[in-house]
Design a protein around this ligand. Structure first.
Ligand code: SF4
Length: 96
């Protein structure tokens, strides 16, 4: 049986070009908290981009984003601003 490696090993094969000037993800903290969707972002993001801070706000480590769109699919109106990173930035997949 072929060994394709673990998910972590395979993700580590990708290349990330970080936009150090601008995050492509912005959580509206007020709406996210009011609608309870911030905790959902934390649970569903496969790259652990989102985290719940001690004050209840949602932290965003946008550099790890896989650009899968899952958070957009569950976001309530106004809770999330998300766009692809500007040209040349973001993830460059090396494995499918
Ligand atoms: S697009 Fe995917 S990887 Fe990026 S923050 Fe949203 S859920 Fe996480």
């Amino acid at each position: 049986m072929a060994n394709f490696g673990s998910i972590v090993e395979r993700l580590n094969g990708n290349i990330y070009h970080l936009d150090e000037e601008e995050s492509h993800i912005e959580v509206n903290q007020e709406i996210a908290k009011k609608m309870g969707v911030g905790k959902l972002f934390v649970r569903i993001c496969p790259a652990h981009v989102y985290s719940e801070e001690t004050d209840g706000s949602i932290g965003v480590s946008y550099a790890a984003c896989l650009e899968c769109g899952t958070c957009l699919a569950v976001a309530t109106p106004g809770s999330l601003k998300w766009h692809y990173p500007k040209g040349g930035c973001g993830i460059a997949f090396r494995e499918g």
